[in-house]
Design a protein around this ligand. Sequence first.
Ligand code: SAM
Length: 196
Amino acid sequence: MLSNDLIKNMKDYAKANNVPIMTEGGMHYLLKYIKKNKIKNILEVGTAIGYSAIMMCGVSEDIKVTTIERDEKRYLEAIKNIKKTGLEDRIHLIYNDALNVRLDDKYDLIFIDAAKAQNRKFFERFEHNLIDGGTIITDNMNFHGLVDEEVEASISRNLRQLVRKIREYRVYLEENPKYDTEFLDTGDGMAISVKK
Ligand code: SAM
């Protein structure tokens, strides 16, 4: 059962253990999008502790989520949380690096929320799993405001490289003729790419 206590416990755990989970704003938009577009089959790259997968299932009883996580501790925590909600038959958890996973099923939404520098690789790895007219949503497109040019000069070299990667991914989406992509400032910045 999806109780407020469980949701609060997941958020508290994430905060205490520095696990990045979706912002309230990003989550609100994502759940609204799923409801409005009657989305039923979702692939998520980046489970963390299962918070977003569980929340997405909460939209409607016929939603199924396949979700991939490579970090063992987070994967085990996600298993625990999913058990507590009784959603084991609707959430398929894969413990692996997403870049080693190959899937045959089709999804009407692919949600990319993993290593930001690898967004394009995730996109290209799983786009064949998207139905025509389906959507790929990528989170963290603004990366806490760092993708803003004015702050770039003040950040470290590694961070600058990451910011550059996110910008390159943005251009890749803008110029991808197979998708119509809209960029939102919601949450930490989201790209909504609808397959034509
Ligand atoms: N979607 C989650 C939520 O809102 O509850 C948060 C996911 S967190 C931002 C990103 C997660 O992606 C991390 O737990 C990280 O270990 C995982 N991750 C990063 N790169 C990955 C990869 N290549 N394959 C699988 N998981 C990956």
